[in-house]
Design a protein around this ligand. Structure first.
Ligand SMILES: Cc1cc2nc3c(=O)[nH]c(=O)nc-3n(C[C@H](O)[C@H](O)[C@H](O)COP(=O)(O)OP(=O)(O)OC[C@H]3O[C@@H](n4cnc5c(N)ncnc54)[C@H](O)[C@@H]3O)c2cc1C
Length: 376
């Protein structure tokens, strides 16, 4: 039986950030992931400079071997309406990464013992912790397995009436001919909100790669919506007509609509496992990283006591940082849907709303001071 202080289930950004934050804490840490790395992860792959700073990533070093697309603007519209472009000259306001590279980079440097290509199957309570599968014992099991995290399920934390965002996406390397017929500018991703206000589609060019996707907080007929969106992009002359890449699906929870408990005895959930994505953008990497940093702070003060009472401090920190779950609807949310749609379609035509609200507030989270960077 392998003994660990912490066994983290899932080697995505949440899991690797937690291990990296605690690499000098004198704890024996393992990360178990069902996949071998590098592995593909369905994601548009934009991250803000704040995330890179919190993670202490040396951008020049990262860009030596990995795609790092600088972003200096966004084109935003309601699907079918005129697009409005916002520019941010100077330093990039966001970066395009490929998750197959980004997640591997974070995992390989995190300092934990890696147990890859092995799925979490079960956990049983033992004295002072849990036994995971038949081979591992841990004083603290951390659920970092993403939206379908088996640890969240094992502690009964997955809410029965969870309202998830479901999304489909394709990322592929364009041929020389496809590159010529793609009119998307590399530094300017394009976002298209659906007129029913249930979600948005995006198209994003990262060097030779094109990423196209659409997510909705409504799982009905998702493939049909994705198909319509792609047909629209082709008709507008934005993407090549001969795309054969397969669209894959995944889901995530928006923080304010999630119901998941984040702590139990000797168990803690971070990242998508806890359901943390930002409500308007669905950005989940920053909340995953921030939850891992906050979890590391609490674990560092536990002195090996991982009882639910002790771990409650993590819940408190998360609430201070991300606010209350299931808040009362604000004035805009209380408006009848037809009125809301009318408002939204008018606002999406204005430069002020698309730049100040959609881009800066929702997508760049520029009002939210980042947490201090993880120490070298
Ligand atoms: C279509 C789409 C587009 C998105 N675009 C963006 C974006 O542009 N920017 C952004 O910030 N966020 C985006 N997100 C959200 C973002 O992908 C997630 O919030 C983020 O990946 C969460 O990180 P995580 O470490 O919590 O989980 P994940 O990255 O999902 O990692 C979970 C890990 O757990 C492992 N695992 C799962 N089950 C098991 C098991 N049974 N046993 C062992 N291991 C297991 C998986 O193999 C995986 O490696 C997007 C999401 C989707 C679906």
């Amino acid at each position: 039986m392998q003994q660990y202080d912490l066994l983290i289930i899932g080697g995505g950004p949440a899991g690797s950030t937690l291990a990296y934050s605690l690499r000098n804490a004198g704890l024996k840490i393992g990360i178990l992931d069902k996949q071998a790395f590098p592995r593909q992860k369905i994601c548009a792959g934009w991250v803000t400079p704040q995330v890179m700073r919190m993670l202490n990533i040396d951008l020049d070093d990262y860009a030596l071997r990995n795609t790092l697309q600088k972003i200096n603007g966004f084109k935003i519209s309601m699907l079918g309406q005129q697009q409005v472009e916002s520019s941010f000259p100077g330093e990039p306001v966001s970066y395009g990464i490929r998750r197959i590279e980004f997640d591997d980079y974070l995992l390989q440097r995190c300092g934990a013992e890696l147990i890859l290509n092995e799925a979490f199957k079960k956990m049983q309570s033992i004295e002072d912790g849990w036994q995971v599968n038949d081979d591992y014992a841990a004083k603290l099991v951390v659920g970092a397995g993403g939206h379908y995290c088996p640890v969240a399920r094992a502690i009964g934390s997955k809410g029965v009436s969870e309202l998830a965002v479901v999304a489909q996406e394709a990322e592929f390397e364009m041929s020389a001919q496809q590159k010529q017929s793609c009119t998307i500018k590399e530094a300017v991703p394009e976002l298209f909100f659906t007129p029913d206000l249930m979600g948005y589609g995006w198209v994003f060019r990262k060097g030779d790669y094109l990423n196209i996707g659409l997510g909705r907080e409504d799982k009905n007929k998702l493939s049909g919506h994705v198909q319509q969106f792609c047909d629209y992009l082709v008709a507008q002359g934005k993407i090549p007509a001969d795309i054969t890449a397969k669209y894959n699906g995944h889901a995530y929870l928006l923080y304010n609509h999630a119901l998941r408990e984040m702590v139990a005895d000797h168990v803690l959930l971070i990242g998508d496992s806890a359901g943390l994505a930002y409500p308007q953008s669905g950005e989940g990497i920053r909340p995953a990283v921030e939850s891992a940093i906050l979890a590391a702070r609490v674990i560092g003060t536990c002195n090996g006591d991982y009882s639910k009472e002790k771990l409650q401090a993590y819940n408190d920190l998360m609430q201070q940082r991300f606010g209350e779950r299931q808040p009362e609807p604000d004035l805009m949310e209380r408006l009848p849907m037809p009125v809301k749609r009318l408002f939204a379609s008018q606002l999406m035509k204005t430069r002020w709303f698309t730049k100040k609200v959609v881009t800066e507030k929702w997508f760049l989270q520029s009002q939210q001071t980042p947490l201090p960077a993880i120490e070298e």
